[in-house]
Design a protein around this ligand. Structure first.
Ligand code: GLY
Ligand code: MN
Ligand code: MN
Length: 461
Protein backbone atom coordinates (compact mmCIF):
# COMPACT_ATOMS: atom_id res chain seq x y z
CA UNK A 1 0.00 0.00 0.00
CA UNK A 2 1.19 3.54 -0.73
CA UNK A 3 0.91 6.52 1.63
CA UNK A 4 -2.61 7.94 2.08
CA UNK A 5 -1.94 11.10 0.06
CA UNK A 6 -1.54 9.07 -3.10
CA UNK A 7 -5.03 7.59 -2.74
CA UNK A 8 -6.50 10.95 -1.75
CA UNK A 9 -5.05 12.71 -4.78
CA UNK A 10 -6.13 9.92 -7.16
CA UNK A 11 -9.70 10.25 -5.89
CA UNK A 12 -9.58 14.04 -6.13
CA UNK A 13 -8.47 13.78 -9.73
CA UNK A 14 -11.23 11.28 -10.47
CA UNK A 15 -13.87 13.57 -8.96
CA UNK A 16 -12.68 16.44 -11.16
CA UNK A 17 -12.81 14.29 -14.27
CA UNK A 18 -16.22 12.69 -13.60
CA UNK A 19 -17.58 16.06 -12.37
CA UNK A 20 -20.88 14.95 -10.81
CA UNK A 21 -22.91 11.99 -9.59
CA UNK A 22 -22.23 9.10 -7.24
CA UNK A 23 -19.32 6.83 -8.18
CA UNK A 24 -19.36 3.18 -7.07
CA UNK A 25 -16.18 1.10 -7.25
CA UNK A 26 -16.82 -2.55 -6.42
CA UNK A 27 -14.14 -4.46 -4.52
CA UNK A 28 -14.09 -8.20 -5.06
CA UNK A 29 -15.77 -10.80 -2.91
CA UNK A 30 -14.33 -14.20 -1.99
CA UNK A 31 -14.86 -16.72 -4.75
CA UNK A 32 -15.56 -20.27 -3.53
CA UNK A 33 -13.43 -23.04 -5.07
CA UNK A 34 -15.26 -26.13 -3.83
CA UNK A 35 -17.38 -24.90 -0.93
CA UNK A 36 -18.00 -21.51 0.65
CA UNK A 37 -15.11 -21.56 3.12
CA UNK A 38 -12.61 -23.00 0.65
CA UNK A 39 -12.10 -20.05 -1.67
CA UNK A 40 -9.66 -19.29 -4.49
CA UNK A 41 -6.76 -17.04 -3.51
CA UNK A 42 -8.32 -13.66 -2.99
CA UNK A 43 -7.45 -11.11 -5.68
CA UNK A 44 -8.72 -7.60 -5.06
CA UNK A 45 -10.21 -5.70 -7.97
CA UNK A 46 -7.37 -3.61 -9.40
CA UNK A 47 -9.42 -0.41 -9.71
CA UNK A 48 -10.50 -0.71 -6.09
CA UNK A 49 -6.81 -1.21 -5.16
CA UNK A 50 -5.84 1.83 -7.21
CA UNK A 51 -8.30 4.24 -5.54
CA UNK A 52 -8.91 2.63 -2.13
CA UNK A 53 -5.79 0.50 -1.49
CA UNK A 54 -7.33 -2.09 0.86
CA UNK A 55 -6.66 -5.70 -0.08
CA UNK A 56 -9.64 -7.37 1.64
CA UNK A 57 -12.85 -8.92 0.33
CA UNK A 58 -16.34 -7.48 0.50
CA UNK A 59 -15.66 -3.75 0.33
CA UNK A 60 -17.26 -1.10 -1.85
CA UNK A 61 -15.76 2.32 -2.45
CA UNK A 62 -18.18 5.20 -3.02
CA UNK A 63 -17.39 8.78 -4.01
CA UNK A 64 -19.88 11.62 -4.28
CA UNK A 65 -18.43 13.83 -7.00
CA UNK A 66 -20.85 16.67 -6.11
CA UNK A 67 -20.24 16.91 -2.36
CA UNK A 68 -16.76 15.36 -2.31
CA UNK A 69 -17.81 12.81 0.33
CA UNK A 70 -16.01 9.47 0.22
CA UNK A 71 -17.02 6.17 1.81
CA UNK A 72 -15.95 2.58 2.14
CA UNK A 73 -18.80 0.17 2.81
CA UNK A 74 -18.12 -3.26 4.30
CA UNK A 75 -18.58 -5.39 7.38
CA UNK A 76 -16.56 -4.65 10.49
CA UNK A 77 -14.95 -7.72 12.14
CA UNK A 78 -16.97 -9.46 14.85
CA UNK A 79 -15.57 -11.39 17.81
CA UNK A 80 -16.40 -14.55 15.87
CA UNK A 81 -14.13 -13.41 13.00
CA UNK A 82 -11.34 -12.68 15.48
CA UNK A 83 -11.68 -16.15 17.07
CA UNK A 84 -11.10 -17.75 13.65
CA UNK A 85 -8.68 -15.25 12.11
CA UNK A 86 -6.94 -13.53 15.01
CA UNK A 87 -6.92 -9.86 15.97
CA UNK A 88 -7.22 -7.60 12.92
CA UNK A 89 -6.91 -3.92 12.26
CA UNK A 90 -10.50 -2.65 12.04
CA UNK A 91 -11.82 -1.54 8.67
CA UNK A 92 -12.35 1.88 10.14
CA UNK A 93 -8.60 2.05 10.84
CA UNK A 94 -7.71 0.67 7.44
CA UNK A 95 -10.03 3.15 5.74
CA UNK A 96 -8.35 6.01 7.60
CA UNK A 97 -4.99 4.75 6.32
CA UNK A 98 -6.16 5.52 2.79
CA UNK A 99 -7.71 8.84 3.75
CA UNK A 100 -11.35 7.72 4.10
CA UNK A 101 -13.13 8.94 7.23
CA UNK A 102 -16.46 7.28 6.51
CA UNK A 103 -16.33 3.53 6.93
CA UNK A 104 -19.94 2.29 6.97
CA UNK A 105 -21.72 -1.02 7.28
CA UNK A 106 -22.69 -2.44 3.89
CA UNK A 107 -26.42 -2.35 4.74
CA UNK A 108 -26.28 1.44 4.85
CA UNK A 109 -25.30 1.68 1.19
CA UNK A 110 -28.88 1.11 0.05
CA UNK A 111 -29.98 4.21 1.97
CA UNK A 112 -27.35 6.31 0.21
CA UNK A 113 -28.47 4.95 -3.16
CA UNK A 114 -32.12 5.77 -2.42
CA UNK A 115 -31.16 9.28 -1.38
CA UNK A 116 -29.09 9.73 -4.56
CA UNK A 117 -31.96 8.52 -6.73
CA UNK A 118 -34.35 10.96 -5.08
CA UNK A 119 -31.97 13.79 -5.95
CA UNK A 120 -31.98 12.55 -9.55
CA UNK A 121 -28.21 12.26 -9.49
CA UNK A 122 -26.34 10.05 -11.92
CA UNK A 123 -24.94 6.82 -10.45
CA UNK A 124 -21.67 5.82 -12.10
CA UNK A 125 -20.43 2.24 -11.96
CA UNK A 126 -18.12 0.23 -14.24
CA UNK A 127 -18.83 -2.89 -16.30
CA UNK A 128 -18.34 -6.00 -14.17
CA UNK A 129 -16.43 -9.25 -14.68
CA UNK A 130 -17.55 -11.14 -11.56
CA UNK A 131 -21.06 -12.47 -11.46
CA UNK A 132 -21.37 -11.90 -7.69
CA UNK A 133 -20.73 -8.20 -8.19
CA UNK A 134 -23.16 -8.01 -11.11
CA UNK A 135 -25.90 -9.53 -8.96
CA UNK A 136 -25.03 -7.28 -6.02
CA UNK A 137 -25.19 -4.14 -8.18
CA UNK A 138 -28.39 -5.32 -9.84
CA UNK A 139 -30.09 -5.69 -6.45
CA UNK A 140 -28.59 -2.50 -5.05
CA UNK A 141 -29.62 -0.33 -7.99
CA UNK A 142 -32.80 -2.14 -8.92
CA UNK A 143 -31.50 -2.75 -12.45
CA UNK A 144 -32.05 -6.08 -14.25
CA UNK A 145 -28.73 -7.98 -14.00
CA UNK A 146 -28.60 -8.32 -17.81
CA UNK A 147 -28.65 -4.53 -18.07
CA UNK A 148 -25.81 -3.92 -15.59
CA UNK A 149 -23.24 -4.30 -18.34
CA UNK A 150 -25.25 -2.17 -20.78
CA UNK A 151 -25.93 0.78 -18.50
CA UNK A 152 -22.54 1.28 -16.87
CA UNK A 153 -20.82 4.67 -17.01
CA UNK A 154 -18.58 5.07 -20.07
CA UNK A 155 -17.35 8.34 -18.55
CA UNK A 156 -16.21 6.59 -15.36
CA UNK A 157 -14.53 3.78 -17.30
CA UNK A 158 -12.76 6.25 -19.61
CA UNK A 159 -11.60 8.26 -16.59
CA UNK A 160 -10.17 5.18 -14.87
CA UNK A 161 -8.41 4.02 -18.04
CA UNK A 162 -6.95 7.47 -18.63
CA UNK A 163 -5.62 7.71 -15.07
CA UNK A 164 -4.35 4.15 -14.67
CA UNK A 165 -2.67 4.08 -18.11
CA UNK A 166 -0.02 6.58 -17.03
CA UNK A 167 2.11 5.08 -14.30
CA UNK A 168 3.49 7.30 -11.55
CA UNK A 169 7.05 7.04 -10.25
CA UNK A 170 6.01 4.97 -7.23
CA UNK A 171 4.09 2.59 -9.48
CA UNK A 172 7.05 2.22 -11.83
CA UNK A 173 9.22 1.26 -8.84
CA UNK A 174 6.76 -1.52 -7.96
CA UNK A 175 6.54 -2.68 -11.57
CA UNK A 176 10.32 -2.77 -11.65
CA UNK A 177 10.32 -5.02 -8.55
CA UNK A 178 7.69 -7.30 -10.08
CA UNK A 179 9.80 -7.53 -13.23
CA UNK A 180 12.87 -8.43 -11.20
CA UNK A 181 11.10 -11.26 -9.38
CA UNK A 182 9.82 -12.42 -12.77
CA UNK A 183 13.38 -12.27 -14.08
CA UNK A 184 14.59 -14.47 -11.25
CA UNK A 185 11.87 -17.03 -12.02
CA UNK A 186 13.23 -17.29 -15.55
CA UNK A 187 16.90 -17.47 -14.54
CA UNK A 188 16.11 -20.16 -11.95
CA UNK A 189 14.34 -22.19 -14.65
CA UNK A 190 17.26 -21.80 -17.07
CA UNK A 191 19.71 -22.94 -14.39
CA UNK A 192 17.69 -25.97 -13.28
CA UNK A 193 16.25 -27.47 -16.45
CA UNK A 194 17.64 -30.85 -17.41
CA UNK A 195 16.62 -33.63 -19.78
CA UNK A 196 14.17 -36.05 -18.16
CA UNK A 197 12.46 -33.35 -16.11
CA UNK A 198 8.69 -33.03 -16.31
CA UNK A 199 7.22 -29.64 -17.21
CA UNK A 200 5.47 -29.49 -13.80
CA UNK A 201 8.78 -30.06 -12.00
CA UNK A 202 10.22 -26.98 -13.67
CA UNK A 203 7.03 -25.04 -12.82
CA UNK A 204 7.48 -26.01 -9.15
CA UNK A 205 11.05 -24.69 -9.17
CA UNK A 206 10.31 -21.36 -10.83
CA UNK A 207 7.06 -20.62 -8.99
CA UNK A 208 8.83 -21.15 -5.67
CA UNK A 209 10.89 -18.06 -6.54
CA UNK A 210 7.71 -15.95 -6.52
CA UNK A 211 6.74 -17.48 -3.18
CA UNK A 212 10.14 -16.56 -1.73
CA UNK A 213 9.23 -12.91 -2.35
CA UNK A 214 5.73 -13.31 -0.87
CA UNK A 215 4.44 -12.93 -4.43
CA UNK A 216 2.07 -15.08 -6.47
CA UNK A 217 1.92 -15.55 -10.23
CA UNK A 218 0.29 -12.85 -12.32
CA UNK A 219 -1.39 -15.46 -14.60
CA UNK A 220 -1.20 -19.22 -15.16
CA UNK A 221 2.42 -20.03 -15.98
CA UNK A 222 3.07 -21.31 -19.50
CA UNK A 223 5.99 -23.74 -19.28
CA UNK A 224 6.07 -26.09 -22.20
CA UNK A 225 8.06 -27.98 -24.80
CA UNK A 226 5.18 -27.19 -27.19
CA UNK A 227 5.76 -23.46 -27.60
CA UNK A 228 3.62 -23.42 -30.74
CA UNK A 229 0.54 -23.73 -28.49
CA UNK A 230 0.23 -20.07 -27.55
CA UNK A 231 -1.34 -20.41 -24.12
CA UNK A 232 -0.38 -23.95 -23.20
CA UNK A 233 -1.33 -24.70 -19.59
CA UNK A 234 -0.52 -28.42 -19.70
CA UNK A 235 2.56 -29.43 -17.66
CA UNK A 236 2.53 -33.21 -18.21
CA UNK A 237 5.27 -33.64 -20.82
CA UNK A 238 8.84 -34.70 -20.25
CA UNK A 239 11.60 -32.40 -21.53
CA UNK A 240 14.11 -34.19 -23.72
CA UNK A 241 17.49 -33.07 -24.98
CA UNK A 242 16.87 -31.21 -28.24
CA UNK A 243 13.59 -29.71 -26.99
CA UNK A 244 13.17 -26.02 -26.33
CA UNK A 245 11.43 -24.71 -23.23
CA UNK A 246 9.01 -21.85 -23.77
CA UNK A 247 8.48 -20.16 -20.43
CA UNK A 248 5.95 -17.33 -20.14
CA UNK A 249 5.37 -16.38 -16.53
CA UNK A 250 5.14 -13.44 -14.20
CA UNK A 251 5.14 -12.49 -10.55
CA UNK A 252 2.33 -10.55 -8.90
CA UNK A 253 3.59 -8.68 -5.86
CA UNK A 254 1.55 -8.59 -2.65
CA UNK A 255 0.54 -5.02 -3.57
CA UNK A 256 -0.84 -6.17 -6.93
CA UNK A 257 1.82 -5.01 -9.41
CA UNK A 258 2.60 -7.57 -12.11
CA UNK A 259 5.48 -8.77 -14.25
CA UNK A 260 5.15 -10.72 -17.51
CA UNK A 261 8.11 -12.18 -19.41
CA UNK A 262 8.74 -14.93 -21.91
CA UNK A 263 11.99 -16.68 -22.66
CA UNK A 264 12.89 -19.72 -24.75
CA UNK A 265 15.89 -21.88 -23.97
CA UNK A 266 17.23 -25.30 -24.98
CA UNK A 267 16.74 -28.19 -22.53
CA UNK A 268 20.31 -29.36 -23.21
CA UNK A 269 21.76 -25.89 -22.60
CA UNK A 270 22.85 -25.58 -26.25
CA UNK A 271 20.72 -24.32 -29.14
CA UNK A 272 20.80 -26.46 -32.32
CA UNK A 273 21.72 -24.62 -35.52
CA UNK A 274 18.11 -24.61 -36.67
CA UNK A 275 16.91 -23.26 -33.29
CA UNK A 276 19.58 -20.56 -33.38
CA UNK A 277 18.46 -19.44 -36.82
CA UNK A 278 14.81 -18.97 -35.83
CA UNK A 279 15.75 -17.54 -32.43
CA UNK A 280 17.97 -14.89 -33.99
CA UNK A 281 15.10 -13.81 -36.21
CA UNK A 282 12.93 -13.57 -33.10
CA UNK A 283 15.51 -11.36 -31.38
CA UNK A 284 15.64 -9.16 -34.49
CA UNK A 285 11.85 -8.73 -34.23
CA UNK A 286 12.15 -7.86 -30.54
CA UNK A 287 14.90 -5.34 -31.23
CA UNK A 288 12.91 -3.71 -34.02
CA UNK A 289 10.09 -3.25 -31.52
CA UNK A 290 12.51 -1.77 -28.96
CA UNK A 291 13.75 0.66 -31.59
CA UNK A 292 10.26 1.75 -32.72
CA UNK A 293 8.53 1.92 -29.34
CA UNK A 294 8.30 5.62 -28.46
CA UNK A 295 5.71 8.27 -27.64
CA UNK A 296 3.57 9.48 -30.53
CA UNK A 297 3.68 6.33 -32.67
CA UNK A 298 0.86 3.81 -32.59
CA UNK A 299 1.60 0.39 -31.21
CA UNK A 300 -0.13 -0.94 -34.30
CA UNK A 301 2.60 0.61 -36.45
CA UNK A 302 5.26 -0.89 -34.19
CA UNK A 303 3.56 -4.26 -34.54
CA UNK A 304 3.53 -3.94 -38.34
CA UNK A 305 7.24 -2.98 -38.46
CA UNK A 306 7.99 -6.12 -36.43
CA UNK A 307 5.89 -8.19 -38.84
CA UNK A 308 8.02 -6.86 -41.70
CA UNK A 309 11.19 -8.09 -39.96
CA UNK A 310 9.57 -11.51 -39.66
CA UNK A 311 8.43 -11.50 -43.29
CA UNK A 312 11.86 -10.42 -44.48
CA UNK A 313 13.52 -13.22 -42.50
CA UNK A 314 11.07 -15.75 -43.87
CA UNK A 315 11.64 -14.56 -47.45
CA UNK A 316 15.38 -15.04 -46.94
CA UNK A 317 14.72 -18.59 -45.78
CA UNK A 318 12.51 -19.27 -48.81
CA UNK A 319 9.46 -19.89 -46.64
CA UNK A 320 7.71 -16.73 -47.82
CA UNK A 321 8.09 -15.11 -51.26
CA UNK A 322 7.36 -11.74 -52.85
CA UNK A 323 7.34 -8.22 -51.49
CA UNK A 324 7.65 -7.87 -47.71
CA UNK A 325 5.22 -4.93 -47.74
CA UNK A 326 2.61 -6.91 -49.66
CA UNK A 327 3.04 -10.00 -47.47
CA UNK A 328 2.36 -7.96 -44.35
CA UNK A 329 -0.47 -6.04 -45.95
CA UNK A 330 -2.16 -9.30 -46.90
CA UNK A 331 -1.47 -10.83 -43.48
CA UNK A 332 0.33 -13.89 -44.88
CA UNK A 333 3.11 -13.62 -42.24
CA UNK A 334 0.48 -14.18 -39.52
CA UNK A 335 0.71 -17.90 -40.24
CA UNK A 336 3.85 -17.69 -38.08
CA UNK A 337 2.86 -14.81 -35.76
CA UNK A 338 -0.87 -15.01 -35.13
CA UNK A 339 -0.96 -12.80 -32.03
CA UNK A 340 -0.26 -9.19 -31.19
CA UNK A 341 2.94 -7.52 -30.08
CA UNK A 342 1.80 -6.78 -26.53
CA UNK A 343 -0.51 -5.20 -23.99
CA UNK A 344 -0.38 -2.70 -21.15
CA UNK A 345 0.65 -4.07 -17.76
CA UNK A 346 0.20 -2.72 -14.24
CA UNK A 347 -2.08 -3.90 -11.46
CA UNK A 348 -3.42 -6.47 -13.95
CA UNK A 349 -1.15 -8.43 -16.20
CA UNK A 350 -3.33 -7.38 -19.15
CA UNK A 351 -3.96 -4.05 -17.54
CA UNK A 352 -7.62 -3.01 -17.24
CA UNK A 353 -8.82 -5.52 -19.83
CA UNK A 354 -11.82 -6.09 -17.55
CA UNK A 355 -13.17 -2.89 -19.12
CA UNK A 356 -12.85 -4.41 -22.61
CA UNK A 357 -9.73 -4.81 -24.76
CA UNK A 358 -10.87 -2.18 -27.24
CA UNK A 359 -11.57 0.48 -24.61
CA UNK A 360 -8.03 0.03 -23.27
CA UNK A 361 -6.03 -0.65 -26.41
CA UNK A 362 -7.89 1.39 -29.07
CA UNK A 363 -9.58 4.76 -29.50
CA UNK A 364 -11.39 6.88 -32.10
CA UNK A 365 -8.12 7.38 -33.98
CA UNK A 366 -6.97 3.75 -34.03
CA UNK A 367 -9.59 1.12 -34.73
CA UNK A 368 -9.07 -2.59 -34.31
CA UNK A 369 -8.46 -4.65 -37.44
CA UNK A 370 -10.44 -7.79 -38.25
CA UNK A 371 -7.58 -9.41 -40.19
CA UNK A 372 -6.23 -12.71 -38.84
CA UNK A 373 -3.19 -11.94 -36.68
CA UNK A 374 -3.65 -8.17 -36.49
CA UNK A 375 -7.07 -8.64 -34.88
CA UNK A 376 -5.30 -10.20 -31.89
CA UNK A 377 -3.27 -7.05 -31.22
CA UNK A 378 -4.64 -5.96 -27.84
CA UNK A 379 -2.90 -2.58 -27.74
CA UNK A 380 -3.00 -0.67 -31.01
CA UNK A 381 -3.34 2.98 -30.04
CA UNK A 382 -0.80 5.77 -29.79
CA UNK A 383 1.93 5.37 -27.18
CA UNK A 384 2.26 7.94 -24.40
CA UNK A 385 4.98 8.74 -21.87
CA UNK A 386 4.31 6.80 -18.65
CA UNK A 387 2.55 3.82 -20.21
CA UNK A 388 4.02 0.42 -19.41
CA UNK A 389 3.50 -2.34 -21.93
CA UNK A 390 4.91 -5.67 -23.00
CA UNK A 391 6.82 -6.37 -26.18
CA UNK A 392 6.32 -10.03 -27.07
CA UNK A 393 6.91 -11.14 -30.65
CA UNK A 394 6.73 -14.82 -31.50
CA UNK A 395 7.47 -17.25 -34.32
CA UNK A 396 5.40 -20.41 -34.41
CA UNK A 397 4.89 -23.39 -36.66
CA UNK A 398 1.40 -24.55 -35.75
CA UNK A 399 0.79 -27.82 -37.64
CA UNK A 400 -3.02 -27.56 -37.58
CA UNK A 401 -2.97 -23.98 -38.87
CA UNK A 402 -0.40 -24.76 -41.57
CA UNK A 403 -2.48 -27.73 -42.69
CA UNK A 404 -5.64 -25.64 -42.87
CA UNK A 405 -4.08 -22.77 -44.80
CA UNK A 406 -2.34 -25.17 -47.15
CA UNK A 407 -5.58 -27.02 -47.93
CA UNK A 408 -7.31 -23.70 -48.58
CA UNK A 409 -4.31 -22.58 -50.65
CA UNK A 410 -4.44 -19.39 -48.58
CA UNK A 411 -1.93 -16.70 -49.59
CA UNK A 412 -0.26 -19.21 -51.90
CA UNK A 413 1.27 -16.34 -53.89
CA UNK A 414 3.28 -15.48 -50.74
CA UNK A 415 3.75 -18.81 -48.93
CA UNK A 416 6.02 -21.57 -50.11
CA UNK A 417 4.16 -24.43 -48.44
CA UNK A 418 6.82 -27.01 -49.43
CA UNK A 419 9.40 -25.12 -47.37
CA UNK A 420 6.95 -24.59 -44.49
CA UNK A 421 6.48 -28.38 -44.29
CA UNK A 422 10.15 -28.74 -43.31
CA UNK A 423 9.52 -26.72 -40.12
CA UNK A 424 6.17 -28.23 -39.23
CA UNK A 425 7.60 -30.00 -36.20
CA UNK A 426 9.79 -27.11 -35.05
CA UNK A 427 7.44 -25.82 -32.34
CA UNK A 428 7.29 -22.17 -31.39
CA UNK A 429 9.25 -19.36 -29.77
CA UNK A 430 8.30 -16.11 -28.05
CA UNK A 431 10.39 -13.51 -26.25
CA UNK A 432 8.81 -10.94 -23.95
CA UNK A 433 9.85 -8.00 -21.81
CA UNK A 434 8.11 -5.12 -20.00
CA UNK A 435 8.76 -1.54 -21.17
CA UNK A 436 8.11 1.96 -19.89
CA UNK A 437 7.46 4.66 -22.51
CA UNK A 438 9.87 7.53 -21.84
CA UNK A 439 10.26 11.01 -23.34
CA UNK A 440 12.77 9.76 -25.89
CA UNK A 441 11.72 6.20 -26.50
CA UNK A 442 11.32 3.35 -24.09
CA UNK A 443 13.18 1.57 -21.31
CA UNK A 444 13.02 -2.10 -20.45
CA UNK A 445 12.11 -2.54 -16.78
CA UNK A 446 14.18 -4.65 -14.41
CA UNK A 447 17.75 -5.87 -14.31
CA UNK A 448 19.37 -7.01 -17.53
CA UNK A 449 17.75 -10.12 -18.97
CA UNK A 450 19.68 -12.62 -21.11
CA UNK A 451 18.52 -12.26 -24.69
CA UNK A 452 21.22 -13.46 -27.08
CA UNK A 453 22.12 -17.13 -27.70
CA UNK A 454 25.52 -16.84 -25.99
CA UNK A 455 24.03 -15.06 -22.94
CA UNK A 456 21.44 -17.80 -22.47
CA UNK A 457 23.92 -20.63 -23.04
CA UNK A 458 26.37 -19.09 -20.59
CA UNK A 459 23.71 -18.89 -17.81
CA UNK A 460 22.76 -22.51 -18.48
CA UNK A 461 26.34 -23.83 -18.31
N1 GLY B 1 0.85 -14.94 -21.07
C1 GLY B 1 0.06 -13.88 -21.36
C2 GLY B 1 0.79 -12.84 -22.07
O1 GLY B 1 1.99 -12.87 -22.23
O2 GLY B 1 0.20 -11.90 -22.48
MN1 MN C 1 3.55 -13.34 -21.07
MN1 MN D 1 2.21 -10.62 -22.13
Amino acid sequence: MFGKNIYISRREKMKKMVKNGLIIIMGNMESPMSYKDNAYNFIQDSTFLYYFGIDSPDLIGVIDADTGEEYIFGKEFTLDDIVWMGQQKTFKERSEEVGIERFKEKDELLELIEKTKKLNKKIHYTNQYRVENTIFLSELLGVDYKKIDLEFSELLVKTIIKMRSIKSDEEIKELEKATDVTREMHIEAMKNIEPGMKEYELVAILESVAKRYNATTSFHTICTKNGQILHNHCYENEFKSGDMVLLDCGARLKNGYCGDMTTVFPVSGKFTDEQKEIYRLLVAMFEKAEECTKPGVTNRDVHLEVCKVLANGMVKKGILKGSVEKIVEAGAHALFFPHGLGHMIGLDVHDMENFGENRVGYDEETRRSTQFGLKSLRMGKKLEVGQVLTIEPGIYFIPELIEKWKNLELHKEFINYEEVEKYKHFGGMRYEGDFLITENGSRRLGNKMPKYVDEIESIMK
